[in-house]
Write a protein that binds this ligand. Structure first.
Ligand code: C2E
Ligand code: CA
Ligand code: CA
Length: 733
């Protein structure tokens, strides 16, 4: 049945239902037919064989009756004969007594009744011949000679002659065909003949086999009747039994049909106590697990549908969900709105340094905070890994900037209040929709373009999309395509900028600064291509390449500048926090045989988004290698002083933006001076970057700072040997 269902599973509904009921019928019909066939064959065989046995037994019994009757007749003849000999009666009287006794009295028409006092069954009668074949006694032929009478089926067979012979030779049975008395029907006859010597008579008791076996025929009829009743009765019971026996199988079959239609119904257990119970239990268990499996699939499907439009982490709609919503608003006649984007800076670093759990926590908190803006047709969503978007309708033009700033500030606060203790930097970008024929995709592309511009400029104000941004972004995209090739084909090379002790005018160190002179794009500045290197996950490869390249230049640099020269290399925070970063540094030092205390690794403040413990662990490891760590761009972040208390760098580099202010801004200079004192007190080296003119130098010389790096002394320049073919040196500082 299972096979049948699997097959019909693919047929159309109507045909399948029809087939099911046909199979159902034919299955029962087959079983019942087999059952009835066996029943009828068995009872027929029993009936026919018992008929045969009975018939044979009755025929034997008949023959004995005939023989006994003849013996009785002979005894009667003897007794009457003796009476005649004794003279008590006449011979005629005696013979008439015998004939009357055996075949009844002579009637007026010269015939006798068939039956006398001895029972030879319905058509049987006595005959007496003399030895010449004259009938001494016969129901109808008395006095006639019948010696030549032949068998009615065999003209060669002389019945009477045979009987006379048999009798005279000691008696026995003879067989022939003869007409039934008072009828034209021919029947098989048996007779027993014996010789009575008294009056020299041949005495025959004859009967029709038919009479003897009549009872057997009755038995046959009875058996027939009983068989018929049996067939009907047992047939009825059997059919009912078969139906009840096949019921569970057929129930399972129809259950399976239900399953194919998505209905899971178990079968009542019933009172079965045999394999049927096992079958039903097994089926019900199967149905249960199928139902469970389907429930699971349904839940999973629902979940997948949910996930297709929503973000699990923040419980906000995702990009798809937002697209559906905004497109619907646009096609419903909305003719004014904004699409704003919030981009969390440094999320990657949080994931890498504090673990994804922390990153997820921050996103979750932001999501929770932004959910409250989902009202009045405004619609927040998480549209990228570190990016949220909000569709805003119900806000006037002059309110949009304050509103976005408020959203940013409040969400930053919310994250801090809820256990994440660093301030997040969040970029804001925006595009305006004023009823032109635009789709969500176009608007989204516009905000993304604005966001790219904001990120590239590290601009934390709100960046509104302008058409002119498109071209720049396209250029950047082209640049992205070339970057891969740039690293693999070594188009990027280090330039070196000297760090000078202005008190002695001696070059004490150089900072390696990457330069990309692309064969297709021309000169690309590092603050354009390095963010892309980070985004494209090429930073590890790039940093390893730069370290190797710079260290391989060490001997030439020493020759060019000074034997005591230190070499500074910029390390992206993502790389600094990477597993086995210190191992890589160690291997590079060993490879190029560099004195490790001449190597300084510059890391920017960005890295302090991570926890101090981890940074200190790496710094300690580097210190064990005698490699130094410098804090780059010092003074541009939020908490410079705070982290100076927590970590111990070897050097701090005051950012050029700071240096740029010391001439015009007394406060800035005061800060600069204070920083120098702090560094001195803590025992850190201090370098001022971006010193461009003598006035700046004069002012700096009033502080404790001695080492400066800037255009005043030199621009970043290549080692002559490292010039890329056909390119001009010094032109791209
Ligand atoms: P940075 O580490 O702050 O590097 C100093 C930047 O100031 C350099 O810009 C340098 O050319 C510039 N500069 C030096 N003196 C003066 C001056 O007197 N006036 C002015 N206006 N600028 C001066 P550059 O080479 O364009 O590099 C920009 C930034 O790119 C670097 O800032 C650094 O953060 C990053 N960078 C450069 N090379 C690498 C590198 O190999 N790896 C990594 N991770 N970052 C690098
Ligand atoms: Ca630097
Ligand atoms: Ca700087």
């Amino acid at each position: 049945m299972v096979i049948i269902y699997i097959k019909i599973n693919y047929l159309d509904e109507e045909r399948r239902l029809k087939l099911v009921s046909e199979y159902r019928k034919s299955f029962n019909r087959k079983l019942i037919s087999i059952f009835l066939f066996i029943l009828i064959t068995a009872t027929s065989l029993i009936g026919i064989s018992s008929y045969q046995i009975t018939k044979k037994a009755l025929a034997e019994k008949g023959k004995v009756v005939l023989k006994n009757s003849v013996v009785q007749a002979l005894a009667l003849i003897r007794s009457e004969y003796n009476k005649v000999q004794a003279g008590s009666i006449s011979q005629a009287e005696a013979q008439e007594t015998i004939k009357t006794f055996l075949a009844g009295p002579m009637k007026a028409d010269g015939t006798r009744d068939l039956h006398g006092n001895i029972d030879l069954s319905e058509h049987g009668y006595f005959i007496i011949y003399d030895k010449k074949g004259f009938e001494v006694l016969h129901p109808t032929l008395e006095g006639q000679n019948v010696l030549d009478v032949t068998d009615l089926n065999d003209a060669e067979h002389y019945i009477v002659k045979e009987q006379i012979e048999t009798a005279l030779s000691g008696g026995g049975y003879t067989y022939y065909a003869w007409r039934l008395p008072h009828s034209n029907k021919i029947g098989k006859k048996i007779s027993y003949v014996a010789y009575s010597p008294d009056w020299e008579w041949i005495v025959a008791a004859t009967a029709y086999e038919l009479d003897f076996v009549n009872e057997a025929t009755e038995i046959l009829y009875t058996i027939g009747l009983v068989t018929t009743i049996l067939i009907f009765f047992t047939g009825y019971i059997g059919t009912k039994y078969i139906k009840s026996a096949t019921k569970p199988v057929l129930d399972i079959a129809s259950g399976m049909k239900n399953v194919t239609e998505g209905r899971y119904q178990s079968i009542p257990a019933g009172n079965y106590n045999d394999e049927t119970k096992v079958l039903i239990d097994g089926y019900n268990t199967m149905i249960e697990s199928l139902e469970k499996a389907e429930r699971k699939i349904t839940i999973k499907n629902d979940r997948l549908t949910y996930l297709a439009y929503n973000d699990e982490l923040t419980l906000l709609p995702n990009r798809n969900g937002m697209k559906e919503y905004v497109d619907q608003r646009l096609s419903n006649g909305c003719n004014f709105g904004y699409l704003a984007q919030l981009d969390i800076m440094g999320l990657k670093l949080i994931n890498l340094t504090l673990g994804y759990e922390q990153g997820d926590k921050v996103l979750g908190l932001l999501g929770k905070y932004l959910r409250q803006y989902k009202k009045d047709n405004n619609y927040p969503a998480r549209t990228g890994s570190n990016e949220f978007s909000i569709w805003i309708e119900a806000v006037e033009q002059q309110r949009i900037y304050p509103l976005l700033k408020e959203i940013r500030e409040k969400s930053q606060q919310y994250v801090i209040e809820n256990g994440y203790n660093q301030m997040l930097d969040i970029y804001l970008a925006l595009t305006m929709y004023d009823g032109q024929n635009k789709s969500f995709e176009t608007l989204y592309e516009e905000t993304t373009t604005a966001m790219r511009t904001a990120r590239e400029k590290r601009d934390l104000s709100i960046t509104l999309f302008e058409e002119s941004m498109k071209e720049r972004v396209e250029n950047e995209l082209a640049m992205r395509r070339h970057l891969d090739k740039a690293i693999s084909e070594k188009e990027i090379i280090p330039y070196y900028q000297a760090q000078v002790d202005f008190t002695t005018e001696k070059v004490v160190g150089v900072e390696a600064l990457a330069r990309w002179i692309s064969s297709e794009l021309g000169f690309v500045p590092p603050n354009v291509f390095i963010p892309y290197i980070n985004q494209l996950n090429l930073i590890t490869e790039f940093t390893e390449y730069m370290i190797d390249k710079v260290l391989s230049n060490y001997q030439d640099l020493v020759m060019k500048y000074d034997s005591d020269l230190t070499i500074s290399i910029n390390i992206s925070p993502l790389c600094f926090m990477e597993k086995d970063f210190t191992g890589k540094v160690e291997r590079a030092i060993n490879k190029h045989h560099i004195p490790p205390h001449k190597l300084i690794l510059e890391i920017t403040e960005d890295v302090f988004i991570a926890d101090y413990k981890e940074i200190n662990r790496i710094i300690t490891k580097l210190r064990e290698l005698f490699v130094k760590v410098s804090i780059d761009d010092f003074g541009t972040g939020y908490s410079s002083l705070n982290y100076l208390m927590n970590i111990q760098p070897d050097e701090i580099k005051i950012d050029k933006s700071f240096v740029g202010q010391i001439l015009d801004d007394e406060k800035a200079f005061y800060m600069f001076d204070t920083l120098c004192n702090i560094a001195e007190n803590f025992g850190y080296s201090i370098v001022a970057e971006g010193v461009e003119n003598k006035k700046q130098l004069e002012k700096i010389s009033t502080t404790s700072l001695k080492i400066i790096q800037g255009y005043l002394f030199s621009k970043p320049e290549p080692l002559i040997t490292e010039m890329p073919a056909g390119k001009n040196s010094g032109s791209c500082s």
